[in-house]
Design a protein around this ligand. Sequence first.
Ligand code: ATP
Ligand code: MG
Length: 221
Amino acid sequence: MIKLSDIRKIYNKGKSNEFEALKEVSLTINDGEMTAVIGKSGAGKSTLLHILACIDSYEDGEYYIDDMLVKNLSEKKLAEIRNSKIGMVMQDYALVDDFSCIENVLLPLDFAKNKKANKTELAMNALKSVGMDGMAKKPVNKLSGGQKQRVAIARAVVNEPSIILADEPTGALDSKTSAEIMGLFHKLNENGKTIIIVTHDMEIANQCGRIIEIFDGKIKF
Ligand SMILES: Nc1ncnc2c1ncn2[C@@H]1O[C@H](COP(=O)(O)OP(=O)(O)OP(=O)(O)O)[C@@H](O)[C@H]1O
Ligand SMILES: [Mg+2]
């Protein structure tokens, strides 16, 4: 379970360009929920996702993942949480362009405590789950946008995280390819993953069991 209480995020604290990007955000997301986060540009959607992903800190409030308080933790501990519990998918895929599909999917396994021999098998299984096992050795810069996003999803799930966070995962894709990528998120959700998708697209948002709107750094009810 994910629980945020009264989270405040301030960029450039104490400087003349100080900016409060999240204001007293409280939110509970149960295991297995599929949630869309919507809101205008600059509302704070990515900021929220980065806090949830433990890649950004916050000034006030508390963030719990599975009853563990994510606050004042060492970089090592944060990396451990990210690796074991969270998979991230970005609009621009964030793949290593001149690596092959399988090399990209192997990356998170290098940080995890898996036996070496096992890693290739895990990466291949992840690629298979998104229909990309046939292109395992192809460099990702030779792939279409939809294929790249499939590889990015394989990389996000290879460590079997319980939570998948996606920031505009279909933002760069045409509607047919978007629907295919959403199909993968639905499949992951059916298999018990908690999914949180930031989107501008109401058609995508309406496919999620729950919609959260952020307005000026606050959750709109
Ligand atoms: N690193 C940063 N330093 C200073 N201000 C920032 C930083 N990142 C984001 N902001 C500001 O915080 C606010 C929220 O940004 P955020 O990226 O969360 O918006 P968003 O809802 O994801 O927007 P978009 O839909 O355009 O992606 C914006 O006003 C933005 O300018
Ligand atoms: Mg954003």
